[in-house]
Design a protein around this ligand. Structure first.
Ligand SMILES: NC(=O)C1=CN([C@@H]2O[C@H](COP(=O)(O)OP(=O)(O)OC[C@H]3O[C@@H](n4cnc5c(N)ncnc54)[C@H](O)[C@@H]3O)[C@@H](O)[C@H]2O)C=CC1
Ligand SMILES: O=C(O)C(=O)[C@H](O)COP(=O)(O)O
Length: 379
């Protein structure tokens, strides 16, 4: 069996070595010819899987994407061809939530905001939005959820608000898939008209897909002096992004919100599980077999939790300013934007989830707090 996998897929060799012959490829430049002999194709978000890519292949059995987003996959075409497909829902949702939390902590310090005085409008309350809401619950920050699709689901007992209400919150955090059809398409959900209604006091965070926000409209409003604070992890037209927008962002990164080692590797693990099921093979390997120990394994706390301690704790494990600094250093300076954007992602420095660090305290409620925030949980 010939298995082709994206070179940026951690532990692919460890998980799939028993399945057959493995070939790594560069996701951005994969060609029809390269993939012609594949029985299994394992991609990440930068590979468009469609009729054109698969035109020369008549033996493909399985396509997997080690990502949450599936907007790069023509699932209709795969169904027509009878090719099995699996994604990795939720694989890096914790990582995205920790990115947003780190951004909030950094901005709170920068502007002397008390997080508990703010309300976060979470737009899209699936895996990433839910992981974020749990972390906000843990630190006592208010939030409103907007998800018209889940609002129609009788099994979901959470309270949902209309888009307009979520857009009026102090912080807006976007967690929707990129869609162009259906009752609630998200392409340019934040279009010029909606963006124009934001106030200068608000914070807008986009860590889902760039196309959910109209980047040209954002640039225009910032050039006119609008004060809205921007945290952008994702961009329209990646990797050829609108570089003029960078200097107007408070925090800006190269689509790495989901790039904790755990998040990326969980994606690989989920595809291993899916392929094992398809081939009726036992699932014998687990992520915990391969994850290295984290740099910090244990933090002991001897004082009460307050804003300063929360700030230190979050930033000790993941400080988003590292990724922001790397981005500003590399993009638009050293080489062509698209190459620099992809290189930043390919050479992303190790980052671990809160779960890799045990936090303990002699006061039980403090340990419980850290646990709720995601520290020291199962990997
Ligand atoms: N920046 C990054 O590194 C990452 C980005 N993502 C992106 O984030 C997206 C969301 O991820 P998950 O939460 O895990 O997906 P999910 O599928 O679990 O949840 C998405 C939610 O958005 C809701 N939704 C759809 N259209 C909506 C609309 N118009 N208004 C409000 N809600 C709407 C859906 O009902 C669903 O509950 C992914 O599709 C992916 O594109 C995901 C992981 C990492
Ligand atoms: O899971 C998703 O959806 C994401 O956005 C991933 O973090 C994207 O990572 P790559 O697949 O582009 O490496």
């Amino acid at each position: 069996m010939k298995i082709f996998f994206d070179e940026n897929m951690p532990f692919a060799r460890e998980f799939f070595s028993d399945f057959g012959e493995l070939t790594a490829f560069a996701g951005r430049t994969l060609t029809t010819e390269q993939v012609a002999e594949a029985d299994v194709l394992l991609v990440r978000s930068i590979t468009e899987v469609n009729q054109s890519l698969l035109a020369a292949n008549n033996k493909l059995q399985f396509v997997g994407t080690a990502t949450i987003g599936v907007d790069h996959i023509d699932q209709h075409y795969l169904r027509q061809r009878g090719i099995n497909f699996s994604a990795a829902p939720g694989c890096n949702a914790i990582s995205v939530a920790e990115y947003v939390l780190s951004s909030l902590v950094v901005l709170a310090e920068r502007y002397q905001l008390v997080l508990q005085d703010l309300t976060v409008g979470i737009i899209g309350a699936g895996n990433t939005g839910s992981r974020l809401s749990e972390k906000l619950d843990a630190i006592g920050v208010n939030y409103l959820l907007c998800d018209p699709l889940l609002a129609q689901n009788d099994n979901d007992q959470r309270e949902f608000v209309a888009l307009e209400q979520a857009l009026a919150c102090d912080v807006i955090s976007l967690h929707v898939p990129k869609t162009t059809s259906g009752d609630y398409p998200t392409y340019h959900l934040l279009n010029e008209q909606r963006l124009s209604q934001l106030s200068s006091k608000q914070i807008l965070i986009n860590a889902c897909r760039g196309e959910v926000t109209d980047n040209q409209a954002l640039l225009k409003m910032k050039q006119r002096g609008h004060g809205v604070k921007l945290v952008l992890d994702v961009w329209e037209n990646e990797p050829q992004i609108l570089t003029e927008l960078i200097s107007y962002c408070e925090i800006t990164t190269a689509h790495i919100a989901g790039y904790s080692l755990e998040g990326k590797a969980r994606g690989t693990e989920m595809l291993y599980q899916a392929l094992s099921r398809l081939l009726n093979k036992p699932v014998e390997k687990s992520l915990t077999d391969f994850l290295p120990d984290s740099g910090i394994s244990h933090i002991e706390i001897n004082q009460g939790f307050d804003e300063i301690l929360l700030n230190q704790l979050v930033k000790m494990v993941y400080d988003v300013r590292r990724d922001d600094a790397l981005f500003r250093q590399q993009i638009g300076h050293q080489q062509e934007t698209a190459l620099a954007f992809d290189l930043l992602r390919k050479t992303y420095p190790a980052r671990r989830e809160f779960s890799s660090v045990n936090v303990s305290s002699n006061q039980q409620h403090q340990s419980a707090f850290a646990h709720r925030l995601g520290f020291g949980n199962l990997r």
